[in-house]
Design a protein around this ligand. Structure first.
Ligand code: BGC
Length: 510
């Protein structure tokens, strides 16, 4: 080999060594980065852990806070709002009633015909419309004008003029799913907005009055005769079908619960309560807070960036509005450690771009190569090729976030049962609470509504599993979680009927 040949061979060997060491270096750096990403996951798992011992602490905290909220106004972050609903539908309601359901970015109008027999909704027409984006942050007048116009169109379209008796005024049940301080069963003042609504001039005003004025302005002959929260509608439908229903929970875009409480336990309102028996209390549990809740830096950041910081802490860990965004924040953190996500996509910085239904679809992807995960990450976050191990990692993140949410919701439900002595433990020490011992635990039904529970199988399974773990195998079979379909719509129509002037018998809750 000549001199040139030797030089060439040496040059090639050097180049090969350089390439090899670059590759080795790259592999080592990737390994280290991967380890850092796995560490992010481990920290998330630790931060979100909900062993049964912790859930029991949440149960106790919920029951204690409920008691505090009933003793004095402002006594707890749980508002424990009086609903003035003490007669739930009996099953004998008859006639045609309207319902308006407003609680998210869509609103619904219903016309429900009740046949006068239990479980007898003999007909219904429904109209579902989006609320134009600009109205979510405009004025109350604009919002209610828009709703009243839609209501008028609906009535004109659905009503058979020949069947209508002109002297009969139409009656409407209004489901308004935000925190409202009720002044009667048909009126109440908005305390604050949740779920991203910001219509400043509405806070502190009577929501029924705003709607009634807008309806009258349109020349529509209709009376708002009951104002309820969606949880209360769900309880009404639940109780209508099954008298053992004692509480109702919504787990959808937002989350909340209501339950039947003894009038004498609502200490802060004794002057207002003239009737004995039970009353429905709207807990507004989305605002529940306890140091036992497992909170991570992602929750802190989400809260700080929200339009309502330090507010609705429980809701922000549980409900459909937020779960997808918690996952987005974790993926963003991971992508800062590892370039397998591609260049950190600018889309990943956009709040709420990963909506919870997409997150649920990734979580429930059962294809062997997690094709759906890759597709969602590509279509929504503009990631390019995602390796299989990264897809698995993303699924695990969804699992951790959902599992925590479902288990905390379960703890909240058991907290209510504890407060009313239906968890088999004898309840909390609050005077005359009925104390059911393990052996005499009564059948207890909790009505549940909301897409997170009804459409998201893994969420539902985690919640049900946690209920059994907290209550124990002996007590759990006595507690039945029943899915209610359209409690917020049908429930409002039923309550409009049971509060109607031309009404039928109603059951006073014993
Ligand atoms: C509201 C509640 C409502 C719940 C479910 C929460 O954000 O504050 O009033 O019941 O969402 O819709």
């Amino acid at each position: 080999m000549g001199k040139v040949g030797v030089k060439l061979a040496v040059g090639c060997a050097v180049a090969a060594c350089v390439v090899a060491s670059v590759m080795v270096g790259r592999r080592v750096r990737r390994k280290r980065a991967w380890r850092r990403v796995v560490r992010v996951l481990e920290e998330l798992e630790e931060g979100c852990a909900t062993p049964v011992g912790r859930l029991r602490q949440v149960v106790d905290a919920m029951a204690v806070e409920m008691h505090a909220g009933l003793v004095s106004e402002g006594g707890s972050k749980l508002k424990m709002l009086l609903t003035f609903v003490h007669n739930l539908p009996s099953g004998s309601e008859k006639g045609t009633y309207y319902a308006l359901d407003l609680g998210g970015t869509y609103f619904r109008i219903l016309r429900v015909q009740l046949g006068g027999q239990r479980s007898a909704v003999i007909g219904q027409d429904v109209d579902r419309r989006p609320i134009p984006q600009h109205l979510l942050t405009g004025t109350s007048e604009e919002l209610f004008d828009f709703i009243a116009s839609s209501l008028k169109d609906f009535v004109e379209r659905e009503e058979n003029v020949s069947e209508r008796i002109p002297s009969e005024r139409r009656e409407l049940g209004f489901t308004f799913s935000f925190p409202v301080k009720q002044t009667s069963s048909s009126s109440g003042i908005l305390i604050k907005w949740t779920k991203g609504f910001v219509i400043e001039d509405m806070v502190g005003r009577d929501v029924s009055e705003c709607l009634q004025q807008a309806i009258s302005k349109k020349g529509l002959d209709m009376r708002v005769n009951v104002l309820i929260n969606d949880t209360v509608g769900t309880l009404a439908v639940g109780h209508y079908h099954d008298e053992d229903t004692v509480a109702a929970v919504i787990i959808g875009t937002g989350t909340n619960a209501c339950y039947l409480e003894r009038a004498d336990a609502i200490i802060k309102c004794q002057r207002l309560l003239t009737m004995p028996g039970d009353l429905v209390v709207n807990m507004e549990w989305g605002n529940f807070w306890s140091s036992h809740l497992p909170r991570t830096s992602y929750d802190n950041d989400l809260d700080a960036d929200s339009p309502n910081p330090y507010d609705q802490g429980f809701e922000k860990m549980i409900s459909g509005m937020y779960l997808g965004d918690i996952v987005r924040r974790v993926i963003l953190r991971m992508s800062e450690e590892l370039d397998v996500f591609g260049l950190v996509s600018s889309k990943l910085h956009v709040p709420f771009i990963l909506r919870t239904p997409l997150m649920a679809a990734m979580h429930e992807d059962d294809t062997p190569d997690f094709r759906e995960v890759a597709k969602i990450l590509r279509d929504t976050l503009e990631f390019s090729e995602i390796p299989l191990n990264v897809r698995k990692l993303v699924v695990r993140v969804c699992d951790v976030v959902t599992c925590r949410a479902a288990r905390l919701a379960a703890a909240g439900i058991v907290g209510i049962l504890k407060k009313i002595g239906r968890d088999g433990s004898g309840g909390i020490a609050s005077g005359k609470n009925e104390c059911a011992s393990r052996s005499e635990m009564r059948r207890t039904v909790v009505a549940v509504e909301g897409g997170l529970y009804t459409n998201y199988t893994l969420f539902r399974e985690y919640l049900n599993e946690a209920m059994t773990q907290i209550l124990g195998e002996e007590i759990a079979p006595n507690v039945i979680i029943k899915v209610m379909e359209d409690g917020s719509g049908i429930g409002a129509a039923l309550l409009a009927a049971s509060h109607s002037t031309s009404s039928v018998d109603t059951v006073q809750i014993p």
